[in-house]
Design a protein around this ligand. Structure first.
Ligand code: GTP
Ligand code: MG
Length: 194
């Protein structure tokens, strides 16, 4: 795939605004600030395709990007406390309506901050993906912030912290160094070739 040919398509603040699905979709899910938008930029080698912020709660809409036959969805983050109840409900509605829809979601990249145990919301999301039989891969983010020893400790701990860990593909990534990007790209290419 010609990664830098990706194009921004559209943003939607309400699920009802999203036009019907006509192609396969790959979504990026995870808590606020985990690094979804950064990872998307790194995969596509583009500095500001998706907007990044050090303040959680940056992405407040579902943003779609398109490369060849694949549509990519940057989802709003969950679990951000400092936002009004109504805004939280809108984000949660967007995420859950999107994931529960009959859209052709061929894969969810579920992001988990590698430095910390998964949050309650992360575990709820992973349980949902397992129960709904939605194919997913866990991208462990911000690996550059860990020493070699810390990384090994966290990888071992995650095997206990994440249900069915041994059956889940986990990719160690860093949007800073580009670690893991080739692996994510080859996962995407395989789906695009089907
Ligand atoms: P929301 O849109 O709020 O849901 O957040 P997001 O998941 O899209 O996170 P975003 O990509 O905006 O990144 C949040 C912060 O983490 C920014 O300050 C990024 O620079 C930083 N960040 C993201 N990925 C990495 C990484 O791999 N390494 C390091 N060191 N920082 C990262
Ligand atoms: Mg974002």
């Amino acid at each position: 795939m010609n990664w830098n040919q990706v194009e921004f398509e559209a943003s939607y603040g309400l699920f009802s605004q999203i036009p019907p699905c006509e192609t396969i979709e790959i979504a990026f899910s995870g808590r606020s600030n985990v690094g979804k938008s950064s990872l998307i930029n790194k995969i596509f080698n583009r500095k500001s395709l998706a907007r990044v912020s050090s303040m959680p709660g940056k992405t407040t809409t579902i943003n779609f990007f398109r490369l060849e036959k694949v549509r990519f969805a940057d989802l709003p983050g969950y679990g951000y406390a400092k936002v009004s109840r109504s805004e939280k409900d809108r984000w949660a509605g967007l995420i859950s309506n999107y994931l529960h829809s009959d859209r052709e979601i061929v894969l969810v990249f579920q992001l988990v901050d590698m430095r910390h145990p998964p949050t309650k919301d992360d575990l709820q999301m992973i349980d949902y993906l397992i129960d709904s039989e939605t194919p997913f891969v866990i991208a462990l983010t911000k690996a550059d912030k860990l020493s070699k020893k810390q990384r090994e400790e966290r990888l071992a701990a995650l095997q206990q912290e994440i249900p069915c860990a041994e059956q889940i593909t986990m990719v160690v990534t860093s949007a800073e160094t580009g670690e893991g990007m080739d692996e994510l790209r080859s996962i995407i290419e395989e789906l695009a070739a089907e």
